[in-house]
Structures are given as structure tokens and as C-alpha cells.
Design a protein around this ligand. Sequence first.
Ligand code: PMP
Length: 322
Amino acid sequence: VAALPAYEPARPGAVVRLDANESPYGDDGLNRYPAPDAVELHAALADYYGVATESVLATRGSDDAIDALGRAVLRPGRDSILVTPPTFAMYAQFARLQGAGVVEVPLGSSVADAWQPGVRIVYICSPNNPTGTVMPLADLDRLCGVLRGRALVVVDEAYQEFSSYASALSLLAAHDNLVVLRTLSKAFGLAGIRCGALVAAPGLVQGVRRVLPPYLLPTPVVSIATAALTPAAIATMRARVAELRARRDAFAAAVAALPGVIEVVNGEANSVLLRLDDAAAAAARLADAGIRVRAFDGQLADFLRFTIGTEQEMARAQAALR
Ligand code: PMP
């Protein structure tokens, strides 16, 4: 990747633009390619995350960042990632697509002890999907130190806004092998625009940018994302997060008493995981009531994950469960 010449995209600014084979006709500037570096959006993201602009790369959701990181870092047939199941499935999926290996270590056991040669990326999902569990900052700090020069520690904070624990962003200054992934898909309510962010040391950001296409983010996405990061929009987001957290805890408490609910796993994300005496039957009855929840196989076959929706939606889910 480092040896590839960088593609030089067309830059806006000239009065007569005959350089990019665009159409001269169009509304709202959409006949033009987006500005290649989305300066305003990157500045807004950097401000929100409290880091330097050079440390931020806006991506097409955090899925895109996971994919790009793997393609930038993992050598097919040689390198591996380390994941801690049960966790988000796309880390392993993108690694396998890249021809890399996947080392699995059960969630909660020592990741530092489990590192082995060839593991170049360690994925820590915190708050974890689907358990909502968090890795404390002191543990992350230690892990980055132990793995310095050996592996990147990628902390996926897709659900960070819902968490009462501090973000790993504060550790970035101390560790150049730390990468933090964030997204506008969850707390900001913008899953439809596909906008996430990779936050890391500037050199790493540049390396990952190289495996992504020029004109990465569509113009309307850049405007919507930038507008979501104004102080007023952030305040609205925070109020909704507080509401969802309260609703999550109320739902978790209410369903704990229902017959057939064996365990309630409530954590720091916007979902609750239930262990049921018959998860398949419960999912079928919920589906009959028009309610779709997340079922799993393997290790979590007895569990269903409920995303926290509106008050009404949670009341319906609770009634159907009962
Ligand atoms: N990370 C985690 C832990 C997730 O749960 C998800 C979405 N389910 C993603 C990343 C991807 O989110 P997006 O691409 O929408 O940012």
C-alpha cells in the first residue's frame, strides 16, 4: 500500500472546470464530484471527538473503516486479526475476504496473553455488540502498551454515546498503535447516510485513506453529516440518548420478571440481550406480532437481541414477549 502512487483527485475552486469529465449541467452542484477531502466535515468530526483534523478519516459507515483497515494492513495468507466472540461479525468477515486469518479468544479472557505472531489487528468492541460490555480504559491502555510494535488495537466505539464509561479517544496521544472507530449510525440516528469515522495517528489515517476510492463520501452525505455535528444537533442527540438509556433500563427490568426469560444482559449499548428458555419459539411469536428482533446461532442460540425503539415499540415487544 505504501508503495502505490496516490490518486490525485480533481480539486474544486477554478472558475472554468474542464478537468474531471463532469457534466456542466446540474442542480445544487451535484454535477460536480465532491471536494476530495471534505474539509468542513473532518473539522466538525475532529472537534466532536476532541482530536486533530489529521487524525480523522470519515468513512462510509464504520463497516467501511473495518474493511479499509484490513486491506491496508493485512497481508493475505500471512496475517491475522484477533476477535473476542461473541462480538460484531464484520471484523472476521472482512478479514476472511482479505485472505487473512481470524484468531478467536472468548470475550472476557486476556487478549494480551492470547496474542500470537501474525496477529496484526486486535478488535475490541466496546461497548460490545451484542453484550453491551465495556473494556475499561486502564485495560485498553495496558493492551496498547503490550502490543506496541506488534499489532494495532482497534477499539470499535459504535455505541460509545450510550455508554457511561469514558472513550478510548483520550488514549490516542499515548499510543500510535491505537485506532478508534466511531459512527453516526447509532446515537445520531443517521444509519441511512453511511458515515463513520476512523480516528488514529495521522500516518495511519493516510495509509488507510490510500486503499479507499477518491471522492469517497457523496455530497449530500457530507452536508447531512456536517449539519449533525452543530452544537444544537449534538444536544438533540444527547437528549435522545438519555431517553433511550432510560427506556433500555426500564425494558430490561420489566422483562426480567417474565416467565421463560432466563437471563437479561443489559449493558452500555442501545440494546438488551435476553436468554430465553426457547429463543426460536419466542422469535417466531414476536414475528407473528410484526416484531423483528435479532436471533443468533452458535454460542448465542438461546439469546435474542432487542434494539431499543420508541416507547410504543418497546411496549409492543414486551406485550408480545409476555
Ligand atoms: N460496529 C459495530 C459494533 C456495530 O454494531 C455496527 C453496526 N451494527 C457497526 C460497527 C457498523 O456500523 P456502521 O457501518 O453503520 O457505522
